[in-house]
Every structure is written in C-alpha cells, then in structure tokens.
Ligand binder design. Structure first.
Ligand code: AMP
Ligand code: MG
Length: 404
C-alpha cells in the first residue's frame, strides 16, 4: 500500500476542526409556509398579549359576581368574532358563546348549565365567584414577553405561536446548498444493468436522503469519472452555486483517487485521514468564500458514518442550530466489541429495552461495504480504540439514530 501524506487525526479532533471552520449561514425572511424545520435568527418578543381580550371559556353569561342569586336582564350576546359592545351594569348580563369577548363591567362568567333562562332574563346561582370561566388578556402570552429564542428550531407549536402573534414571515438562517457528486469509473446509474466490474451508484441516494434530513438543499451532480479534468470542471461549475461540496469515493491512496489533489488545488485540505472505522480516508477542505468540501469515502457504510460524525453537525451549525450532535445515550453491549487498532469504531446496533437499560445487539457483519449493517440500526456504538476490547455487558456511549 502506498503511504499517505496526510497525518492520521483522532476522530474527535477532526470533528472539532470541521466545526471550527464551519460558518453559520446568514439569515433570510421566509413565509410560514416554508418555515418548518428552519432555525430562528433572532429573539422574538410578543407584539401583543394573547388572548388580546378576555375570552369566554364556556357557553354562559357574563355577569357581575355581586349579582349572585338574582334574576338579571339580558342585554345582548357576545359570540366568537361578534362581540357585544355594551357594558354590564348591576342587574344585567350578556349571553356568551365560547370564545366570545367578555363585555366590560362583567367580572365573571357563569355556565349556561347553572342558570335558569326565561325570555330576556336569566336567574343565576347565589355565591358567584369572580374571575372564573374566562381567559384573561395576557394569560397565555404577555405583551413584550420573549416567546421564541434565536436558535430555536421551528416546529408545529412554534409556527402556530408565530401565526397567533401575527407574524406571516420569520427571519431564519438560510439552508445550506449542497453539490453532491459520486466519483468512480465503476459506477452506473441506478436502473442501468451493471456490467462485469461495475456497480450501481448507491451513495448518491443514501447521501441525498441524509442531506435532506439534515436540512440541506441538494443539487445532484451525478457520477464523475476517475479523470482529473472532467472531475475538476464539474466541481468548479457546481461551486458557483453551492455552499458545500460533498463527494463520495476517490479519497483513498490508489492512483485513481483524485479528490484530495483536486481539493488541494481549490483550497486547503485540513483533514485527510482519521482514526475512525469505518471512514479512515475522510477528507475535509475549506474553499474560498467560506465554502466547505467533504470528501467522503466510497464504501457505502463509510460514507454514511462519516456523514453522521462530520457532515451532519456542520450542516446543523450552518443553519443556526445549537445542538449539533445527535443525542447520545449509554447502552449495554450484548456482544463482545473490539475496535480495530488505534481507530475509534462506530458499530451499528439495534437496541432493545431491558428494564431501564438500552441493550445493543450488533447488526451482523460490520463490513464497510455492507449497507445491511445500517438498515434498521438504532444507533452507532462508539467503541474506543486500544486495549483488550469490551466484553458483553460493558456500557458504552452510542449515537442514537432512533429509539426502539
Ligand atoms: P473509493 O473510495 O473510490 O476507493 O471507493 C471504495 C469502494 O466504495 C469502491 O470500490 C466501491 O465498491 C464503493 N463505492 C464507491 N463509490 C460508490 C457509490 N457511489 N455507490 C456505491 N458504492 C460506491
Ligand atoms: Mg473510486
């Protein structure tokens, strides 16, 4: 095997280095229709109270609590969207429907089930409590209150709240634009019968899904051959539009591995090899104008594991997220785990619960070509390098992909 010019960097060190050089993208205003999953760029304070008016929680009557036990004259009706504009004086009431504004002068609401209605009068129970059966102005949100913090991801509740407060557009971080390319003379388009020695380009589709799940907009560049000139022109034209270049293949030390020299010529390669299994040839470079390039290894599992460890956190940082890593949890091994040599190994496991614990079962052969080791996997167990390995029963940290 030929030697590589690149030093072997610890996986944690490489991950920190990538994040250090990853910019947070500027913000843009987007309508709520496009805002789900985006990250707020600035704190938001409520411009008004919610509810804005005292709003009835029930069908009933707006009255003065001091009128308990009396027969009151009904002045009118306040329904949702159709308020009664008069005010409640001693001896009077207004009919209320749920959501209706409680008129001025009333200090409580009595439920329709508790009154006796007769023509234009209503008899209310004795001992009425003031201040019940309606929502006070500002009970949900006070005017000026900090409701959404910069860095919050906009989900259903956040978007509902924004709409309730009258914001049709929000200032959010831009999504990163990614140019995604597969490299290799052996690759054919999915659906085309591979001839002897050829394989179907599967990384493109795996990485497209992973990139989109991480919030990126993706331009597909297809397959580049293992030839310097076409590879370069494809990359150069894509970089006019992209924030990030993601390639797979072409980063090991064979003579056909052209991605590293290309990135060297376009910018600065900061990581060329990592103490990580799978994913040793992972490559990271910075290019002009704050753009990034990730050269992921070709083996399908290597490309997805290095995506998880290096690319996904960077994309989250670009979008203004503050929690960059997937959650990690301690899991108890149901098998003997051994990392290879001096490399941290991310082993693919399924999880099941035993009492309060999560127990990890390996997904079979951990070969870096075997996508079946990731299919249905719940987690990547981080197996530290060195020593005698870890016997079944040992507790290790795992990167959680989904919980059983
Ligand atoms: P490389 O890093 O280019 O040496 O690629 C290593 C191996 O990964 C190749 O021999 C292929 O078996 C596999 N490979 C590379 N690119 C892809 C791809 N786009 N889809 C599926 N497998 C790939
Ligand atoms: Mg190749």
């Amino acid at each position: 095997m030929r030697a590589s010019a690149y030093p072997l960097v610890a996986a944690e060190e490489a991950a920190a280095l990538v994040l250090d050089r990853t910019p947070v993208l500027p913000s843009e205003r987007v309508h709520l229709i496009d805002a789900a999953g985006r990250v707020l760029a600035a704190d938001l304070h409520a411009p008004a109270a919610l509810p804005a008016h005292p709003a009835s929680a029930v069908d009933g009557y707006a009255v003065r609590a001091a009128d308990g036990g009396k027969t009151l004259r009904v002045l009118g009706e306040s329904a949702a969207g159709r308020p009664f504009d008069g005010s409640i004086q001693p001896g009077t009431a207004a009919r209320l429907l749920t959501g209706g504004v409680v008129p001025d002068g009333a200090d409580t609401v009595v439920m329709v089930e508790e009154v006796v209605e007769a023509g234009e009068t209503v008899t209310v129970p004795a001992d009425l409590r003031p201040g019940v059966n309606f929502h006070r102005p500002g009970a949900d949100v006070k005017r000026g209150e900090l409701v959404l913090k910069a860095g919050s991801e906009l989900g259903a509740a956040e978007l509902g709240l924004a709409a309730a407060l009258g914001w049709a557009e929000l200032e959010v971080h831009r999504r990163p634009r990614i140019a995604l390319m597969s490299t290799g003379d052996e690759l054919v388009e999915v659906g085309t019968e591979p001839r002897r020695g050829q394989i179907t380009d599967s990384n493109r589709w795996a990485l497209l899904a992973a990139l989109r799940e991480a919030g990126a907009e993706v331009e597909l560049l297809g397959i580049a051959p293992d030839e310097a000139a076409p590879l370069r022109s494809l990359v150069e034209s894509a970089l006019e539009r992209a924030d990030v270049l993601v390639t797979s293949g072409g980063v090991s030390v064979g003579t056909h591995d052209l991605v590293k020299p290309l990135l060297e010529s376009l910018g600065t390669v900061h990581v060329g090899r990592v103490k990580l299994k799978p994913g040793k040839p992972f490559t990271f470079a910075t290019l002009s104008h704050g753009r990034l390039a990730f050269g992921l290894p070709g083996f399908p599992v290597s490309s997805l594991v290095t995506f998880e460890v290096f690319v996904r956190p960077a994309l989250r940082k670009m979008q203004g997220q503050t929690q960059l890593q997937r959650p990690t949890l301690p899991v108890r091994l149901a098998y003997d785990a051994q990392a290879s040599g001096d490399r941290t190994e991310y082993q693919r496991v399924t999880l099941h619960r035993e009492g309060k614990e999560l127990v990890a079962e390996a997904t079979g052969s951990q070969s870096s070509s075997r996508l079946m080791s990731l299919v249905g996997a719940h987690a990547l167990v981080r197996v530290p390098s060195g020593g005698q390995g870890f016997k079944a029963g040992t507790v290790l940290e795992a990167l959680i992909l989904s919980l059983p």
